[in-house]
Design a binder for this molecule. Structure first.
Ligand code: NI
Ligand code: MN
Length: 228
């Protein structure tokens, strides 16, 4: 069965795969682009890329209500435990684990990870998700461009989810170079237009990807989905 991938706005994603519901970076409350409320979010798993408020977002409330397992770095997993979230699974860069919905490997991300209360959120990461049907998703999360994206591309990526907003992450030019490094079958831009500071023309970026690479760009509006 195909995997459904929905953009919830900003960097928040919702996946339905192999019968499981997976949220990534569920920042819904106070997210001007969000198409779902934290109260209505469903999840069996929640992946958190780093500690910033626009990524850890509503993780505590959703995990407590749904009982979803939170997959994140070790430091954030300990912070969540202290907040009363018991169902956590800590990993670190380069390490993978076969969760019920698919294997998840933590990748590098060049960024920060301080938690909203100032606690140390360890190192930020991206995710390489090996779906159970063999397809692979690379979710770069918040990062600048780095050359080792070529190594990630060697895995054979079906979908790359890339920030294009600039200022805090890659902008459109570097995200285009990321596509050239990764050579995914499809690329989905995120982390733009949430606020004026990260306004970008995603269609213009997609046109460049179409012209200059062999990757098929997919531009979604918040709330829209693609199938893989
Ligand atoms: Ni961030
Ligand atoms: Mn961010």
């Amino acid at each position: 069965m195909a995997t459904l991938i929905r953009w919830l706005g900003h960097a928040s994603m919702y996946l339905e795969t192999a019968g499981f519901k997976v949220l990534i970076d569920p920042f819904l409350t106070d997210n001007p682009a969000a198409t779902l409320t934290a109260e209505k979010a469903q999840a069996d798993f929640i992946l958190v890329s780093h500690g910033h408020g626009d990524h850890i977002g509503d993780t505590v409330a959703i995990a407590q209500r749904t009982g979803a397992m939170v997959v994140c770095n070790y430091e954030i997993s300990e912070w969540l435990r202290a907040k009363g979230v018991q169902n956590v699974h800590g990993q670190q860069h380069g390490g993978s684990f076969a969760h019920a919905f698919g294997r998840v490997k933590f990748t590098l991300a060049f960024h920060g990870s301080m938690l909203p209360d100032g606690a140390n959120g360890g190192n930020p990461c991206g995710f390489l998700i090996y779906l159970r049907d063999g397809k692979k998703i690379y979710h770069a999360a918040d990062t600048g461009l780095f050359g080792d994206m070529k190594l990630i591309g060697q895995e054979g990526i079906d979908l790359a989810i890339l920030p294009i907003g600039d200022n805090y992450t890659m902008g459109p030019d570097d995200a285009l170079r990321a596509v050239q490094f990764i050579q995914p079958k499809k690329a989905l831009p995120i982390h733009y237009n949430t606020w004026p500071l990260i306004e970008q023309d995603a269609q213009d970026w997609a046109n460049r990807v179409q012209r200059e690479t062999h990757t098929h760009p997919v531009v979604l509006k918040p709330g829209e989905s693609l199938e893989l």
